[in-house]
Design a protein around this ligand. Structure first.
Ligand SMILES: [Zn+2]
Ligand SMILES: [Zn+2]
Length: 166
């Protein structure tokens, strides 16, 4: 959806609220997975405060992805409230902090996509302490021990561990 901020730029104190649903279902991660199972509701508030136009977004989305450690598919919900300063032309260097739009029109879908992708975690875990898969039999260790003999590791470390436990 396009948001025309022409009026906002012209009038100090003016504001505009837009609610939209952005479809990110075709967005793919580098792994080839499409994580956005549901449409993404967005609320956008544009405001001219003392001549500076800001665009505040509220975005809620649910990711549906396989866990990087145990490979089980899980869902996690996020809420973001990114804020942008919108300018019609850039004075100085493009540091990426401004949304530049000569015709005062902002493409909300594009902006939301950029904001959401920036927030995606590098590592997606079903839970912080996910135990992952057994390196021997491949069992999901979150569901219980698999019965494989655990690696004992370095015997010197085992001695140290014993000492620490006493
Ligand atoms: Zn997991
Ligand atoms: Zn095992």
């Amino acid at each position: 959806m396009k948001m025309d901020l022409g009026k906002i730029f012209d009038l100090e104190g003016e504001s505009l609220v837009v609610e939209d649903v952005v479809d990110l279902s075709s967005v793919k991660l580098s792994s080839g997975i499409k994580p956005f199972a549901q449409p993404v509701p967005v609320k956008a508030v544009a405001q001219n405060r003392a001549g500076v136009v800001t665009l505040s977004l509220s975005v809620s989305f649910t990711l549906r992805v396989p866990c990087d450690r145990c490979l089980e598919v899980f869902e996690q919900s996020y809420s973001l409230t990114p804020e942008h300063t919108v300018v019609r032309e850039l004075h100085g260097e493009d540091t990426g902090e401004y949304v530049v739009t000569p015709d005062a029109v902002v493409d909300l879908d594009e902006l939301v996509l950029t904001d959401v992708v920036l927030e995606l975690p590098m590592v997606m875990l079903c839970k912080q302490d996910c135990k992952g898969l057994c390196s021997r039999c491949g069992a999901n260790l979150n569901h219980g021990a698999c019965g494989c003999k655990q690696e004992t590791g370095d015997p010197r470390l085992a001695v140290l561990k014993q000492l620490l436990e006493q």
